[in-house]
Design a binder for this molecule. Structure first.
Ligand SMILES: *[C@@H]1O[C@H](CO)[C@@H](O)[C@H](O)[C@H]1NC(C)=O
Ligand SMILES: *[C@@H]1O[C@H](CO)[C@@H](O)[C@H](O)[C@H]1NC(C)=O
Ligand SMILES: *[C@@H]1O[C@H](CO)[C@@H](O)[C@H](O)[C@H]1NC(C)=O
Ligand SMILES: *[C@@H]1O[C@H](CO)[C@@H](O)[C@H](O)[C@H]1NC(C)=O
Ligand SMILES: *[C@@H]1O[C@H](CO)[C@@H](O)[C@H](O)[C@H]1NC(C)=O
Ligand SMILES: *[C@@H]1O[C@H](CO)[C@@H](O)[C@H](O)[C@H]1NC(C)=O
Length: 448
């Protein structure tokens, strides 16, 4: 056995030992405050010469979690420019309200990102999940010369972004659209308060929202890996590689709840079958496909529509669920072609950027997914080289956000990210889909 394979083995065993503890650990609860209601225009954060992102950092430790981060890019910095974080929406035109900020950052460079230390007090699942809205925090770019707000953006959910852009984007096909997604979607742990992450937590979870809330946040593609455990009550599970996470039924129930409350299109990218599909493969796939049909058969779109069909023609069928299935050992009229994953297996941001430079300069046949996350090697996991997936995502997402707001947003198809709350992938998708369909990308909403 090579050294590498040996570490891999030890690592797997360690992870298995801790699994029970991980899954059984109670989810923490926080304190949530009521949000003041306001109704003032808020932009998508990328209008004109300023780009402003407000998002929730994946970083956490024993004393802090759910911290807001602000990132900006500006063509020209003026003396005295600053960015403020507010828990109300200061008027776009009034300077009087700009003093009562939670955090402020002087802008001295054309691009940057700052960890504000301000913890959000909000549980996405609580109030009115299907109404798009600001979640109680606004970032404002203030120009030094006038002292006025040049751009206001907010931390928001996007449960209806397709529906809200429908008039503009309905002629795009799934192959032509920018579809935001989550990587390893079922590998989530909801944490709304500071907490100690052991080594297993650090490398098991790629998301911090449950499936339903990922969709509410704006993800439309879920990357799913299935385990088959014939000796358990629930035969079908969501896995992270060989780690069994939660019954697959929970994933489907969340998806159904979201579909039943919105008019959005959702894609399940059933991508890997890491456990229990090797023996009697054809038969096991047949069983699983039959199970899928029982659960979502009345909602799935027939594969005959294909990735080239317009969103409008898909919606006209009254069905809004696409199931892409990555195995030749299964066939059914509702299983769509597999999604081609462009995965670099990179451990640092500049390697990831080089990898995607190559990808984007070549030809990519849709449906394809840009897997925009860093990946630790087994030895890195064992030695905790990078401090965990949260740390890795915190590093890479700042750049991923810029790449997607920039030219890669013009030509990507699906994009899968880690810790989607820490990205602006949804806002970029909204912007670029409008542009791809021939409309201005910059949108100002009025939101409460
Ligand atoms: C968030 O709120 C929902 C609905 O009130 C509740 O079921 C859930 O447990 C809460 N989540 C956390 C992590 O507190
Ligand atoms: C937690 O993270 C914050 C912000 O990075 C840091 O200031 C603090 O020292 C950390 N606390 C612990 C216990 O590691
Ligand atoms: C705040 O903005 C709203 C909408 O633009 C406007 O109607 C209102 O007069 C403004 N209030 C102040 C105090 O400027
Ligand atoms: C910008 O200001 C911060 C402190 O506010 C400082 O740490 C940083 O080095 C400055 N950057 C540049 C490019 O001047
Ligand atoms: C398909 O099934 C055969 C026979 O059970 C198996 O040998 C093969 O590995 C399977 N292929 C895939 C892609 O699962
Ligand atoms: C949105 O607001 C920004 C900043 O005020 C402005 O530059 C932009 O033109 C507006 N966009 C639209 C589509 O109205």
């Amino acid at each position: 056995m090579t050294l590498c394979a040996m570490y891999l083995k030890i690592c797997f065993v360690l992870v298995k030992i801790f699994l029970v503890q991980v899954v059984a650990s109670p989810s923490a609860s926080g304190h949530y405050k009521r949000i003041r209601s306001v109704s003032v225009p808020v932009s998508d954060g990328s209008c004109g010469d300023i780009t402003l992102n407000l998002y929730v950092s994946p970083r956490l430790n024993r004393s802090i979690s759910d911290v807001l981060e602000i990132a900006w890019t500006v063509d020209r910095v003026l003396t005295g420019d600053w960015i403020g974080l507010f828990d109300y929406n200061p008027n776009l035109t009034s300077t009087t309200d700009l003093t009562d900020y939670l955090h402020s950052v002087p802008v001295n460079w054309t691009t940057g990102a700052v960890f504000t230390g301000v913890q959000i007090k909000r549980n996405l699942s609580t109030s009115r999940p299907y109404e798009p809205g600001c979640l109680g925090y606004w970032a404002v770019y203030v120009r030094g010369d006038t002292g006025e707000a040049a751009l206001v953006t907010c931390l928001s959910t996007e449960p209806r972004w397709m529906e809200n852009s429908w008039n503009e984007i309905s002629q795009l096909s799934l192959a032509e659209a920018f579809l935001p997604g989550t990587h390893n979607s079922a590998a989530f742990k909801e944490v709304y308060s500071p907490y100690y992450e052991n080594i297993v937590h650090k490398y098991t979870y790629n998301q911090d929202l449950n499936i339903h809330d990922q969709l509410v946040f704006g993800a439309r593609v879920l990357d799913l890996r299935i385990g088959h455990y014939s000796n358990t009550d629930q035969k079908w599970w969501s896995n992270h590689d060989f780690i069994r996470l939660r019954p697959f039924k929970e994933v489907l129930d969340d998806v159904k709840r979201f579909l039943d409350n919105t008019k959005e299109i959702v894609i399940l990218d059933i991508h890997n079958f890491p456990v229990g599909f090797k023996v009697n493969s054809a038969e096991t796939h047949r069983d699983f496909v039959r199970y899928l049909e029982e659960e979502v058969g009345d909602r799935v779109l027939p594969a005959t529509h294909g990735w080239g069909a317009s969103l409008a023609s898909l919606l006209a069928t009254g069905r809004r669920l696409v199931v892409a299935y990555n195995s030749q050992n299964a066939s059914a009229p509702f299983l769509w072609y597999p999604i081609w994953h462009r995965w670099g297996n990179k451990q640092d941001v500049s390697s990831l950027q080089r990898y995607f430079s190559d990808v984007f300069s070549g030809h990519n046949a849709a449906p394809w997914s840009a897997m925009m996350e860093l990946t630790p090697r087994p030895l890195d996991v064992l030695l905790d080289t990078y401090g965990g997936l949260r740390e890795m995502a915190a590093e890479s997402n700042v750049q991923v956000n810029k790449w997607l707001q920039g030219s890669w947003g013009r030509s990507c198809n699906i994009v899968s990210v880690d810790f989607i709350r820490g990205t602006s992938v949804v806002k970029s998708a909204i912007k670029w889909n409008r542009i791809r369909a021939g409309h201005p990308g910059c949108v100002n909403h009025t939101r409460t």
